[in-house]
Design a protein around this ligand. Structure first.
Ligand SMILES: *Cc1c(COP(=O)(O)O)cnc(C)c1O
Length: 368
């Protein structure tokens, strides 16, 4: 029996698996951290990890999520991308074999303190600021961190950075130079070269020289593009893993001069049929999507009219003459790229995925 509001998301675990293999094709000599922060980019943490099981490890930022994952996967490499937020997190990570990113010297201090009563050979990522000025240490701090950590018994260190502009041509030239100069300096100071981890999705796809030992693809795992919508995920051999669906819960005819929705921002200039879709910004659909944003109704490409409301949005049905009450609607998925909808709304696929609302029912299966 069909029951309840028809708005639902589908997560395609096979697509997640495909995208891991695609990341491996791009970076055949590297291990893959599948990034599963933010509830697996909105796909559900445990569900995403099941779909991404062929990755070598999972990278995230939330300690509660890491704790859940560690119970499910006692042996799986887990990496905290923001590292420890305090001494307690440091202890927790050491106890459970969860790798930490070290991006400032206070974190080195917490590790030194822990190691005095609990010697550990936990692998760590030591993070360099290559120009993004978000997280990471400068070259002198990197040398100090690596020397102090090795002295405390942490010998499995990976030098890491994150690029601000890996998605634009020429965007990594200067940061990549800085990273290599830092690596040379650390090698000089410590007498050895270290493993590296530098590539987000964009660098995994476009900058093979940065692949190193571990790549860290996120958004591409979920079948969205790290580039602009004009370089879509399907052209990169990726498969959408999330579909958002609803149905028409009302259909009406407008005459010229009729307005649609809050603020009456759309006014019909000719007779037209519109449908009301049971999906709005409280489901995670972007309120800023303007009139003209694509929506599939009965598989036909239609476009939104008027403002997106909390629970509903309206669609011009001119391109879908068969549409009627109950007609299926795809907001994004296999036939309409989330990146295209995002671009219309002035944002990126990442944000729409993460914003999928808790009230939306989620099923697993092949996208419709
Ligand atoms: C989120 C994140 C990634 C993944 O980035 P994508 O653009 O989604 O591939 C990689 N590394 C770090 C440090 C991150 O925070």
């Amino acid at each position: 029996m069909d029951m309840g509001r028809p708005t639902a998301a589908l997560i395609d675990l096979a697509a997640l698996g495909h995208n891991v293999l695609q990341a491996r094709r791009f970076a055949p000599h590297s291990q893959v951290w599948a990034v599963v922060k933010a509830n697996g980019y909105g796909h559900g943490l445990e569900r995403a990890c099941r779909g991404l099981a062929q990755a070598d490890g999972f990278a995230l930022v939330e300690f509660d999520a890491a704790q859940r994952l560690r119970k499910l996967e006692p042996q799986r490499p887990l990496l905290m991308l923001e590292g420890a937020f305090g001494a307690d997190d440091t202890e927790f990570a050491l106890r459970h074999g969860i790798r930490l990113t070290v991006h400032h010297l206070q974190q080195v201090h917490w590790l030194e303190q822990s190691a005095t009563h609990q010697p550990s050979d936990l692998p760590l990522n030591v993070k360099f600021n290559s120009g993004m000025n978000r997280l990471g240490m400068n070259q002198a701090e990197m040398i100090e961190a690596v020397m102090r950590l090795t002295r405390s018994g942490f010998k499995q260190l990976t030098l890491m950075t994150h690029f601000a502009d890996a998605d634009v041509p020429g965007g990594i030239e200067v940061p990549w130079q800085k990273f290599n100069a830092m690596h040379d300096a650390v090698a000089m100071a410590t007498g050895q070269r270290w493993p590296t981890s530098c590539s987000n999705s964009a660098a995994t796809i476009d900058h093979p020289q940065t692949h190193g030992d571990w790549v860290r693809p996120g958004v591409m795992m979920y079948g969205a593009t790290p580039f602009t919508a004009s370089r879509g995920a399907s052209t990169l051999g990726l498969r959408a893993a999330m579909g958002l669906y609803s149905t028409l819960i009302a259909v009406r005819d407008l005459v010229p001069g009729d307005a649609v929705g809050y603020g009456s921002t759309f006014v019909a200039s000719k007779p037209m049929r519109i449908g009301v879709v049971a999906c709005g910004y409280a489901d995670g659909y972007p309120r800023h999507a303007p009139t003209g944003t694509p929506v599939l109704v009965e598989g036909m490409r239609c476009s939104t009219v008027g403002r997106v409301a909390m629970d509903m949005m309206m669609v011009d049905l001119s391109a879908s003459p068969q549409a009627q009450l109950g007609s299926p609607v795809e907001l994004w998925g296999a036939h309409l790229a989330i990146d295209e909808v995002a671009a219309c709304a002035g944002t990126i696929g990442y944000e729409l995925m993460c914003a999928l609302a808790p009230r939306v029912a989620v099923d697993e299966g092949a996208l419709r």
